[in-house]
Design a protein. Structure first.
Length: 345
């Protein structure tokens, strides 16, 4: 069966990043951007003395997943405490977010691990400098789900099926290809359909698609509606990969290092507070901002909110992207990560 995300889309996405970035630059040019491991508290991020964080406005793109600590930072006054007036900029798809950063329409944005590597391969001058979400194998907080009577019980059963993803050339797309490869399947053996993340669950329930790869706050509500996990990429092929990372133009990070470090300190503090007391504030943010049913939010498994970036996880992404032609030139970790990034193995 022909795949929706065929080889042309692989090349097309790379071209799309460059094209959108170029359009955004032209527009801005004169005529004629349960809790995981403990976050870093190292000198690179949280060890700033009082008074270093001067009052500064930061334009932050609001992503579609992992946004709860941002809301906590805003509502609990943590950004203000660190001298930051955070202006939230509506997000879009990966290419639009990358283009916004390149065009200086935003200072910081949550960018997926795959798109930030893609941007590095295209020479767009972006770097990750703080983690947001990672993909721990356990507990399960994401994965490929189906109807209980679908007859789908694992990767091999996906042959000939329609798979719903929130985007192509993102982490969910790469993980799907890696998972299919473990049972000898190729992208051409399935049909991949791109739908908004918020629409994927209903698309499975209405049998518009056979399965969907759900992440973030969409996973538990889908399980509550009766869908079942049929494949767990975070366990099978992409353990601890950095799914979402706060990123910025390298030139902005160098020119505004103190501001970037203040943002790190604020987000780490917000993340720690959000995860406290059985992630009470993350659950409340899902109710308030994601419109999650309170009972579902209360029962949800909270995991993966980690501000340190896994170096080994990034290597998994780079290797996979090379294997499946997501990038056509070598990319090193130095190309992707800022020197001020808190990391772990």
């Amino acid at each position: 069966m022909k795949s929706y995300a065929a080889t042309g889309l692989r090349r097309g996405f790379a071209a799309g990043l460059v094209g959108l970035a170029a359009l955004a630059l032209a527009a801005c040019a004169p005529s004629g951007g349960s809790p995981g491991p403990a976050p870093s508290t190292g000198e690179t991020s949280a060890g700033l003395p009082d008074g270093v964080c001067e009052p500064t406005t930061v334009r932050l793109v609001l992503g579609t997943v992992g946004t709860e600590p941002v809301w906590v930072g805003q509502e609990q006054g943590i950004f203000k405490k660190h001298g930051l007036d955070v202006e939230l900029v509506p997000g879009g798809n990966s290419a639009e977010i990358v283009a916004a950063l390149v065009a200086d329409q935003a200072d910081i944005a949550p960018v997926g691990g795959v798109p930030i590597i893609q941007a590095a391969a295209q020479g767009l001058g972006l770097k990750a400098f703080l983690g947001s979400l990672t993909g721990p194998p356990e507990p399960v907080t994401s994965g490929i789900v189906a109807l209980p009577d679908s007859g789908i019980h694992g990767w091999a059963d996906l042959k000939g099926k329609t798979i719903g993803l929130q985007g192509t050339h993102d982490t969910t797309h790469l993980a799907t290809l890696l998972g299919l490869a473990t049972v000898g399947l190729k992208e051409s053996d399935v049909t991949i359909v791109q739908l908004p993340l918020a629409n994927l669950t209903d698309a499975v329930l209405s049998k518009q698609i056979d399965v969907a790869y759900l992440i973030g706050a969409t996973f538990d509500p889908a399980i509550a509606k009766g869908l079942v996990l049929v494949a767990n990429p975070a366990k099978d092929v992409i353990p601890y990969v950095p799914a979402v990372n706060y990123s910025a133009k390298d030139s902005w990070l160098k020119a505004n290092e103190a501001t970037a470090r203040c943002f790190q300190a604020a987000l780490i503090e917000a993340n720690t507070l959000a995860l406290a007391d059985d992630a009470k504030l993350i659950r409340q943010a899902r109710v308030d901002h994601n419109k999650t049913d309170p009972a579902v939010a209360a029962a949800a498994t909270i995991s993966g909110y980690e501000t340190d970036i896994s170096v080994n996880g990034f290597k998994i992404l780079v290797d996979g992207m090379t294997e499946f032609d997501f990038i056509d030139k070598p990319v090193t970790l130095d190309d992707v990560l800022s020197p001020i990034t808190p990391t772990r193995d």
